[in-house]
Design a protein around this ligand. Structure first.
Ligand code: NAD
Length: 499
């Protein structure tokens, strides 16, 4: 099947997606959709130099005027919501509704950042010295690299880009080699916004196409003060060390192993819907996918068999088609990893419902799977790992403290939630000794965060925060200024130093 019209709708001329060395396939049917030209290290060096030059201009542009560029970007994204959403679906396999949702997130964060451009607030601080004023100001940092993962090819770019731009920083994006087209389409959208803006410096927004080596070049460059990287924990551990080695700043958004606790007082119908959306949405390939379900013994039998039944009826298929709820995995390697995890889970005492390849006759080169529920006798080794596929491990508990301890007993710390109508239990979950994750929800699943809150997680998830709240401070440098408007020169702490 030709997907050329989807590429054309995103503004790609056919000579832009042919003749290169990077083969891009669609998980929809495994076919090749592009052969893209790649950037080499010399091109990365050039891009960094250009970004540095752009920085010297952009940092002097008043922040509300910088916000105007992001406002225009939001407008252009609104106009392209359908075409970009469809391209995201084609390229990474999430259903079209979720492709649209990803673009909506981009629009939302643009709106947020426009407001923010007039609210990069500092502080005034009481000075201990007479005739002195102290203040804290936030200034632009410099070029910000944005390295992204295949499963969210555009939204995390926007969480970073919209903030970085209003904060006065040029951006250099490096999309996943598995899903580079969506960001190339976004670059085209940015170019239109830049054109309308008029006087933005050349090189303010750039996109580099390539693999890990390009990411490494950006991480290693001391001309790139901020490296925001989204992806796997092993990638993050390398990037963290490289950036720390040159005392740069990294913002890391890495893997999750997210849990839901279902208490005895939970509304089980609501819980069921939340479980299915967050465990099988994006075919279990969200960083915030629900992977562990910790269910109170009193409601286990009322919930789990129903869940198994719902799973049996899930519409699996073409993510571009109306009605599909479960699209394909990114590639056959992901399907093999899912099969291997299910084999391990069985050997660790689990009972598997579902799982296995789907649509192999109609789509032999794609990686469709039946989502799996695995009842585990305990939280064994395989449950501690993030397998990027729709596997939901289910475990039983009787005491809330044990459930919270189980929820926190994995290396990752991204998202978590509890379904309960018992206030004491939910507040326990949200208290200092409760969930150790960056995101903790009550009566909502772990996925589908709104942009208004800071997004990110602790432990192996990397500790970074993007998107809302005061995440913008991660893209600026803090300056403390003391101004002496008196005619004397008193020293702090009352120190005497007479000459
Ligand atoms: P990945 O780690 O394989 O690749 C992510 C990006 O990092 C790619 O662009 C890749 O080229 C680049 N990269 C790889 N090694 C690098 C290195 N040494 N230096 C610099 N760049 C390097 O991840 P993936 O398979 O594309 O994505 C899936 C993973 O991403 C999952 O673990 C998922 O949980 C995580 N993820 C996290 C979030 C979040 O916000 N926390 C969001 C989406 C995905």
């Amino acid at each position: 099947m030709s997907y050329q019209p989807i590429l054309a709708a995103s503004g790609f001329a056919s000579n832009e997606t042919t003749g290169g060395t990077l083969r891009v396939t669609t998980p929809v049917d495994g076919s090749e959709i592009a052969m893209l030209p790649e950037h080499d290290r010399a091109a990365a060096d050039k891009a960094i130099l250009q970004a540095q030059e752009a920085f010297r201009v952009w940092r002097e542009v008043p922040a509300p005027r910088r916000g105007e560029l992001v406002r225009l970007l939001g407008e252009e994204l609104r106009a392209e919501k359908e075409s970009l959403g469809r391209l995201v679906t084609l390229e990474c396999g999430k259903i079209y509704q979720e492709g649209l949702g990803e673009v909506q997130e981009m629009i939302d964060i643009c709106d947020f950042a426009v407001g923010l451009s007039r609210q990069l607030y500092g502080l005034t601080i009481a000075s201990e010295r007479p005739g002195h004023a102290m203040r804290e100001t936030w200034h632009p940092m410099g070029p910000c690299a944005i390295i992204t993962a295949f499963n969210f090819p555009v939204a995390p770019w926007a969480w970073n880009a919209a903030l970085a731009l209003v904060c006065g920083n040029p951006i250099i994006a490096k999309p996943s080699e598995k899903a580079p087209l969506s960001l190339l389409a976004v670059q085209k959208i940015c170019d239109r916004a830049l054109e309308r803006f008029g006087d933005a410096p050349e090189g303010l927004i750039q996109t580099l196409v390539g693999g890990r080596d390009l990411g490494e070049a950006l991480a290693a460059s001391d001309q790139v003060p901020i490296v925001s990287a989204t992806g796997s924990v092993p990638m993050g551990k390398v990037v963290a060390q490289v950036v720390a080695g040159r005392l740069g700043r990294s913002i890391l958004e890495l893997g999750g192993n997210n849990a839901m606790i279902v208490g005895p007082s939970a509304d089980l119908d609501m819980a069921l819907r939340a479980i299915v959306f967050s465990a099988v949405g994006t075919a279990g390939q969200r960083c915030t996918s629900l992977r562990r379900l910790i269910v109170h013994a009193d409601v286990y039998d009322a919930l789990v068999p129903k869940l198994v039944e719902v799973y049996r009826g899930l519409p699996i298929g073409d993510p571009l088609a109306e009605g599909t709820l479960v699209g394909p995995l990114i590639d056959t390697a992901a399907r093999d990893a899912m099969a291997a995890a299910l084999t391990r889970a069985t050997s660790e005492g689990g009972t598997v419902h579902g799982g296995g390849a789907a649509l192999t006759d109609s789509h032999p080169d794609a990686a469709y799977v039946h989502p799996a529920i695995v009842e585990m006798p305990e939280q064994s080794d395989v449950v501690h790992e993030e397998t990027f596929a729709p596997i939901l491990y289910v475990m039983r508990y009787t005491e809330i403290e044990d459930a919270i301890a189980m929820q926190n007993a994995v290396p990752q710390g991204l998202s978590s939630c509890i379904f309960s109508t018992d206030l004491r239990e939910t507040e326990r979950f949200l208290a200092a000794g409760g969930s150790d994750c960056g995101i903790a929800n009550v009566n909502i699943g772990p996925s589908g965060a709104e942009i208004g809150g800071a997004f990110g997680g602790e432990k192996d998830t990397g500790g970074g925060r993007e998107s809302g709240s005061d995440a913008w401070k991660g893209y600026m440098r803090r300056q403390t200024a003391t101004v002496n408007w008196s005619t004397a020169l008193p020293l702090a702490q009352g120190i005497r130093f007479d000459i």
